[in-house]
Design a protein around this ligand. Sequence first.
Ligand code: F6R
Length: 592
Amino acid sequence: MCGIVGYIGNKSAKEVLLSGLKNLEYRGYDSSGLAFLQNGKIEIIKSVGKISNLEKKLESMELDDYTMGIAHTRWATHGGATLLNAHPHQVGDITLVHNGIIENVDVLKEELKHEGICFQSETDTEVIAVLLNKYLEKDVLKSINQVMNKLKGSFALGIIVKSQDHRLYVVKKDSPLVIGVGEGETFFASDITAINTYTNDFIFLDEGEIAEITKEDVIVYSNLHKVEKKVNTIHVEAQDKDKNGFEHFMLKEIYEEPSVLENTLKKYLDDFKQVPNLSKYEEIHIVACGSAMYAGMIGKTLLEEEANTKSIVEVASEYRYKKNIYNVKTLVILVSQSGETADTIAALRKAKENGQDTLAVVNVKTSTIAREADQCIFIEAGEEIAVATTKAYMLQVAVLSLLALKLSYDKKIVTDIDSYLSDFKKIPGFVKNVIDKESICQKIAKEIYRCEDVFFIGRKIDYAICLEGSLKLKEVSYIHSEAYQAGELKHGTISLIEKGTPVFGIITDKTIAEKTISNIIEVTARGAKKILITTDDLNQSMDGDLSVATINQFLQPLLIVPILQLIAYHTAKLRNCDIDKPKNLAKSVTVE
Ligand code: F6R
C-alpha cells in the first residue's frame, strides 16, 4: 500500500527520499513521486510504474541542492495509476502526500465543486490539499486541525507549506507514520525500514496527532496542545535483501523456513513455561486477514480439537463491525505479519475497548499491533520481501500450534508433553526434507499451469491447509482456484468440474481420510484430475502424488505448507508471472 517518506536536514533530500522509497517498495505500489522545496520554489516529479522510472526522470535534473522534501509510492484506490493521480498533490501553497482513504470524499468534493473548485485528479487526496489551501492561515497547525476535523477515514500526511522553507508537517490518523530523529536532520516515513539506515531514534505518533518538523526539532500536538513524546531507540537488524542465488525472493523465503522455525521455536521449547497459559479463557477469537487468517483456521482447529476450547476465526474486516461477540471472558488473538493491517488494528482496538485481553502473533516488532496488544509473541521470521507470504505464514501456524499444545498441556489433556516437544524440536529437519521434494512440486506444476480452474479439498484441519494452498496458487499464478470442505463440493461447486480440472485432495487427518477419498472418487468420476497430497502412513493404502512424514497432529500441517507453496511458485514461474510482486497486491494493507 501507499508509502510516505519525508526529509529535512543537510543531505541531498533526493538521495534520502529515493532510498526510502526503495525500502518501501515491498509494500506494493503502482506510481511514485517526490516534491522538494527551496527558496519558495516547489519541484514535483512523478512517474507511473516502477521507482526506476522515477529515477530515470531524476537523472537529468539538478536537484542535489534540495535538502527538504516529501515522497510517496501510490497504490491506486481512487482513480487509476496515472501521473495526474500520483502524489504529491499540489494546490496553491500546499503540497502533500497521503496514505489512507478519505471516506467522505464525495460529499467534500461536491461542496467544493459548488464553490467553483475544479479537481485535476480522481484522488481523494486532492480534496485534502484543496481544503488545506482553502483554510490556510498563518497558524498552520490550526488550519491542519480544522481540515482534520472535516475528514472521515484514515490519513497519514506529509505536508509542505510553500511559505515555510524550514518546516514540514505530518499528521497521523489510522495510518502508520513514524518520525526519525537524527543530528541536525529529521525524517518521517510509513515504516521505520524506510529510514533506519539514517537513524535509530524514532517517535511514534498517536492517533490524531500533528507534528511540526524542522532539522533540529520535532514538536507534537494533540488537539493543538503540545504533547511530550518518548524517543525510542530501536536497532533494527540489518536485513538480507539479497536473493542469495535464488531466482525469486518467494523461493528464497520458502527455503528459509527450516532455519526460521528452528530459531523461533528454540526459545519456547527450551523453556516451555514461556508459552502463555491460556486456560483461564472460555473462548478464543483469532482475528486476521488473508493468509494470517488461514493460519488462524489451523490454530482454531487445534484449539478446539486438541485443547477443548471454543474458538472462532474471523476475517478482521468483518469482526471489527460485529455486534454481541463478547459473551464470556475471551482472549482475542491477532495474527499479522506486518502488524500494520488496518482491519486487524481496528479489531485489536475493538477488543481492547470491550475489555478483552489481546495477544498478538506478529512479525514486525515495531508495528502498531505489536505496540498496542496486551501481549505479543514475535514470530521472528525476519523481513519477508516477496509480497505473497510464505515463511511468515509457516511461523504463524507454528506459533499457533505451540499455543494449542501448551493449552492442551495446561488443561491436562496432553500428558506425554516430552514426546510432543521432542517432535517440535525435529520439525525444522522434517520441513527441510519436504522442501527437498521440490522437483515433485515442479512436476505437479507442469500438470496444472495451463488450467483455468483448480480446486483444493480437504476436511477439518486439511481444509484449513487447503485455504492457504488455494490462496497462494491464485495470488501468484493468477489461476482461478478455490478451497472447499470436501463434503461441500457436491452442494453446487461440483458443476464446475470438467474433464481435466485439477482437484487437490489434502489428506493428513486419518480420522476422516476415507471420507475425503470418497469425495475425490466423486470428482474423478466426473473427469477431474486428482492430485493427492498425504502422509506416508496414509499413502500406503492410496496412490498419492506426494506424501510427507507422519508426525503428531499439532505439527502435521507444517509439512504440507511448503509443498503447496512450491507448487504455487512453480506454476507461477511456468506462467511467467511477476512472482515477487503479483499484480494489484500490496504487502502491507494499511487501508480498510
Ligand atoms: C497473502 C498475504 C496476505 C496477508 C494479509 C495479512 O500471501 O500475504 O493475505 O496474509 O494481507 O497481512 P498481515 O499478516 O501483514 O496482517
